[in-house]
Design a binder for this molecule. Structure first.
Ligand code: URP
Ligand code: ZN
Ligand code: ZN
Length: 464
């Protein structure tokens, strides 16, 4: 037989085209796009379904060290299984440099956590927290050669943030090495000042998390990051953008000729700061940084997804259990918002939310959906065209979507390790009903047919 699998009668969707075609798969790759492909070991009937590239979520935190007594709710097994059920076939997670150690040491530990555990393909961004001359001068160039082609730096969080001179050194090394730099833009000093004021006033409930991280702190840091990137001439990604003023900084930098990509996330489309003011300590479920803003910011983020300010729509999946001493409601977190771990789960709900709120509600078309959810991530992070499209020679990483299927998002249908979803009760139209990784079905309806360990580690290209 010419093909291992043929997907018949579906509508193929890429970032640029929508067309009727069958898809022939051989040895894990897309081998033909045509009708009447003949026979195959397996025929999948996709009548009424969209045949789309599997989602690529390029902003996912799994198995990350998270501070004293705090444990992330997902390891690679649960996090990548959850990703698969959400229509994803690749996730990019963060390998955090432990201060006082090298990137290679951190990578050794992080690979050990992922090896043999993954249901979908994975690749790691490097988080630089200790930019010594050895790390920037020797390690980073060699690591880019080895396929670790993206790094993240933080401008906030006391233990993670870099000073401006360190950011400049890191950007400079990244440019020379051919790495792209993701930047978390919030002004740590302003935030610490505001946290101090709230503490003095006895304002300790979860809602003060949002009030201590205002738009001005994000806007200022976004402007500064873009200025430093302009000075060093380094391409950057401004991650998890929450509001119009930060978006305007990205647009202005682009007009000046800077190479900058923008990313936003579901929480900035559906949540607001009011969610942090829920009764009792329920607001802790929505504590993430930057915090969700207001309705106008949601409108702004939709505009950015429509007009290209954002190329990337990622989850920033950073899961902690809620009702748990090692999660949101740890002993100190119950008493003071500053100890509530930052981050919310979302790797499984990212694509149904974008499909339903975006495509089904006519805010974006189906090709833009593919671009925002898959293709642009592959292009941005050196995986295209192996990943992120339906084309001959690409990996047969495919999600079959039923555009009519209605579902209500509740935590009990999800596969992550968290004990809640921020989107409990949300009705969605459009759902990934079957997911193939390298031509093999890993999710079929509500069932897993994939196996732990079948996801591979991906070395990536440098785009510089
Ligand atoms: O609150 C968030 N976003 N936690 C995840 C870590 C990060 O900054 O991306
Ligand atoms: Zn961040
Ligand atoms: Zn993040």
């Amino acid at each position: 037989m010419q093909f291992d699998t043929i997907i018949k009668n579906g509508t193929v969707v890429t970032a640029s085209d929508t067309f009727r075609s069958d898809v022939g798969i051989r040895n894990g790759k897309i081998a033909a796009l045509a009708d009447d492909l003949g026979d195959a070991g397996e025929i999948i009937d996709a009548t009424g379904l969209y045949v789309m590239p599997g989602g690529i979520d390029s902003h996912v935190h799994l198995a990350q060290p998270s501070g004293d007594g705090i444990v992330m709710a997902d390891d690679f097994a649960s996090g990548t299984l959850s990703a698969a059920f959400g229509g994803n076939t690749t996730v990019l997670t963060f390998c955090m440099q432990e201060k006082g150690t090298t990137l290679r040491e951190s990578l050794k530990d992080y690979h050990a956590k992922a090896d043999g555990e993954c249901y979908v393909d994975v690749s790691f961004h490097l988080v630089v927290t200790d930019p010594t001359s050895y790390v920037l001068g020797q390690e980073l160039p060699a690591l880019v050669e080895d396929g670790y082609t993206s790094i993240k730096v933080f401008m906030t969080y006391e233990n993670l943030r870099l000073r401006d001179d360190q950011i400049l050194d890191t950007l400079d090394s990244a440019r020379r090495s051919g790495a792209i730099v993701m930047v978390h833009c919030e002004n740590e000093d302003a935030i610490r000042y505001l946290i101090g004021r709230h503490e003095e006033n006895g304002e300790l409930a979860p809602k003060f998390h949002a009030l201590s991280r205002p738009v001005a702190a994000e806007r200022e840091a976004t402007h500064r990051a873009l200025s430093l990137a302009e000075i060093t001439d380094t391409p950057v990604v401004i991650v998890h953008v929450s509001n119009r003023q930060a978006m305007e900084e990205i647009e202005r930098a682009r007009k000046r000729g800077s190479k900058v990509a923008g990313e936003t996330c579901p929480q900035y489309l559906l949540l607001t700061a009011d969610d942090l003011d829920a009764a009792e300590l329920e607001g802790a479920k929505f504590v993430c940084s930057p915090p969700p803003r207001d309705k106008e910011s949601q409108i702004a983020c939709w505009e950015g997804l429509q007009n290209g300010t954002f190329e990337l729509f990622s989850s920033d999946h950073c899961p902690f259990r809620y009702d748990d001493d090692s999660g949101k409601l740890n002993e100190r977190g119950k008493r003071n918002f500053r100890w509530i771990p930052n981050g919310i789960p979302g790797v499984e709900t990212r694509l149904p939310i974008l499909f339903s709120e975006g495509v089904s509600k006519n805010r974006i078309d189906i090709n833009r959906f593919v671009a925002l959810s898959s293709t642009n991530h592959a292009k941005q992070y050196g995986l295209y065209p192996q990943k992120g499209t339906i084309a001959i020679g690409s990996d047969a990483d495919i999600a079959l979507w039923d555009p009519q299927k209605t579902m209500t998002i509740t935590n009990d249908i999800l596969h992550h390790g968290a004990d809640y979803t921020p989107y409990e009760g949300l009705d969605v139209t459009g759902w990934p009903v079957r997911v193939l990784l390298g031509g093999k079905t890993i999710v079929d309806g509500a069932a897993t047919t994939g196996e732990m360990g079948q996801g591979n580690y991906l070395r990536r290209k440098s785009l510089a």
